[in-house]
Design a protein around this ligand. Structure first.
Ligand code: ADP
Length: 541
């Protein structure tokens, strides 16, 4: 039994002087006690069953209940003067009723139906009974109420349709089977600067832009042939000759399988096409912005990958350079130790060992100088000490000084001079270092029986030095990078020692002389370096 109902009944006992109050539910099949206050409900079993019979046979009211012998018996027992009966709730579909029965003293109070306090408490009780015992019935009622409302609304569909026409911000229209306006809403007429009455009777095509009429009439013919909605974008002309871009959706209306007209909606696309135009104008800017963003992204990516690559090359350089130092040092220390520790060493051997020590020492000095020069270049300290010298002589000396090294590898090395004498105003020492480096590489990267050629060409404003070999060549993908610091071509299986700084130095020297250096190479067939240097006014003939 819900507490709230019991509380309400207790309130009723107080305001009605009730001794016992019963809340009974009765239908065609049973009678049950929903709530009670007072003596135990077992006392009322007889009373309840006679009430049940009465309910089924002739119906229940205050008088008939009071006349029941079982009621009188209860009243006697309770010493009460009144049996008050009130219908609290009924559900007609189930023939079910909830009654409140009060056995009390003093008739006046109870029969006073105008008593506001009793009236409102009974109201509260009625609602509580509905909520607690008949919630679905409540819903059922609200749904059925809604259905009734909906029915009322749909019965008034024409009024509602007219209201819809009035409030719509699109043109809604009905055409007859020939395509003439039967109805158009106020907004639709206004869209074309007409009154509704002016449009009635006119053909739809009369409002279509002349060069769009054909496609609209084709669309309308399609609509007449099919039972489907057609949708077409076109342009209408207003009374003031303005153009209105629209989207028309339409469908035929049929009666007894005969087409009697068409129903349609016209959406004004003016705003939309304005937005589309603006979007079109913005598109190139957007594309440009995208391009710039992706350019910036790829620059950043390149920058990052360049830093990573430099980092990798630096690490590689450190391990290469230590190897480059260690090899000559090992020979120098090894041969010197032998000379020092063996006083009986024959003089010829001592002389031979000394030459090795000298050459390895020179190699070390060159390496150290290269590294020092490189760091000078890096901090921009390398300066040129220009003198005028005969370039052909210089190249000839270089070829001769490398001949022994080349011949040890069974390589031929030759110099092809230009017909005229060529003088250059440059830093001789640096130019020697640069060409020496290229010739050293040519010897280093050319296998036995190969050829190395140094050619000097005297051009009008420049001199051209070509140093070519028939060596192992440089893969095409590596060519753009060989002048980069620490860059070395990876040659798995045939690793040739090096530091990756020789060509950096060469390029820096040529650049400092405002000259040009380029390289051509074919893997397996050889490499050619071409150096061009500006002649100078101080060139002597
Ligand atoms: P390294 O100390 O490695 O020789 P360089 O800066 O002198 O450094 O050369 C860079 C790279 O260019 C070398 O690792 C080599 O692979 C390639 N290279 C330079 N000259 C030649 C050549 N004449 N033939 C083949 N490869 C060459």
């Amino acid at each position: 039994m819900p507490d709230q109902i019991e509380n309400t009944i207790r309130i009723l006992t107080r305001i009605t002087n009730g001794k016992t109050i019963l809340l009974l539910k009765v239908n065609n099949f049973e009678i049950s006690v929903l709530s009670f206050v007072g003596d135990s409900p077992e006392k009322y079993i007889q009373f309840n069953s006679s009430l049940f019979q009465l309910y089924k046979s002739s119906g229940v009211d205050s008088v008939s209940v009071e006349n029941l012998p079982e009621c009188k018996a209860v009243m006697n027992e309770l010493n009460s003067t009144t049996c008050f009966l009130k219908k609290i709730h009924s559900v007609s579909e189930q023939n079910e009723t909830v009654y409140l029965i009060i056995f009390a003293d003093g008739v006046n109070n109870l029969l006073d139906t105008e008593n506001d306090a009793i009236k409102s408490v009974l109201n509260v009780l009625s609602n509580q009974v509905k909520e607690n015992y008949y919630p679905s019935a409540e819903k059922f009622h609200s749904i059925s109420d809604r259905l009734i409302e909906a029915e009322t609304l749909t019965n008034n569909w024409e009024d509602n349709f007219n209201r819809l026409l009035a409030i719509s911000s699109d043109m809604i229209f009905i055409l007859d089977k020939d395509g003439c306006f039967l109805r158009v809403n106020n907004f639709g007429a206004m869209m074309l600067d007409y009154d509704e009455s002016e449009m009635i009777g006119k053909h739809f095509l009369d409002f279509v832009e002349p060069d769009k009429k054909i496609e609209v009439s084709i669309a309308f013919s399609k609509m007449l042939l099919s039972d489907r909605v057609i949708k077409i974008k076109t342009t209408l002309t207003t009374k003031l000759n303005k153009k209105v871009p629209v989207e028309v959706s339409g469908r035929t209306i049929a009666k007894n399988e005969n087409i009697v007209g068409m129903l349609g909606i016209c959406k004004d696309l003016t705003k939309l096409s304005k937005f589309e135009d603006e979007l079109k104008k913005l598109k190139p800017k957007l594309i440009e912005a995208h391009r710039l963003i992706s350019l910036e992204r790829s620059r950043k990516w390149q920058h990052n990958s360049l830093i990573e690559e430099l980092d990798r090359l630096k690490n590689e350089f450190v391990s290469n350079i230590s190897h480059e130092f260690r090899t000559p040092l090992a020979s120098i220390i090894g041969f010197s130790e032998t000379i020092v520790s063996d006083p009986d060493l024959p003089e010829e051997m001592k002389a031979e060992f000394s030459v090795v020590i000298l050459n390895e020492g020179k190699r070390l000095t060159k390496l150290i100088n290269d590294i020092l020069d490189l760091s000078k270049i890096q901090i921009g300290k390398l300066t040129l000490n220009r003198t005028t010298f005969n370039l052909a002589d210089m190249l000839n000396e270089l070829v001769e000084s490398n001949r022994q090294l080349a011949e040890e590898k069974h390589l031929t090395i030759e110099f092809e001079n230009s017909k005229e004498e060529t003088f250059l105003d440059a830093d001789r020492e640096k130019i020697v270092q640069a060409f020496e480096s290229i010739i050293n590489n040519a010897i280093k990267f050319t296998n036995e029986d190969g050829r190395i050629k140094v050619i000097l060409n005297n051009l009008s404003d420049e001199v051209e030095v070509i140093i070519s070999d028939t060596g192992i060549g440089i893969p095409e993908k590596d060519l753009p990078y060989i002048f980069q610091k620490f860059y070395r071509v990876s040659r798995p299986g045939t690793e040739i020692p090096g530091t990756g700084i020789g060509l950096v130095f060469v390029k820096q020297i040529i650049d400092l002389h405002k000259g040009l250096i380029s390289v051509q190479s074919e893997l397996g067939n050889g490499t050619t370096f071409i150096i061009r240097l500006l002649k100078n006014i101080r060139i002597k003939k």
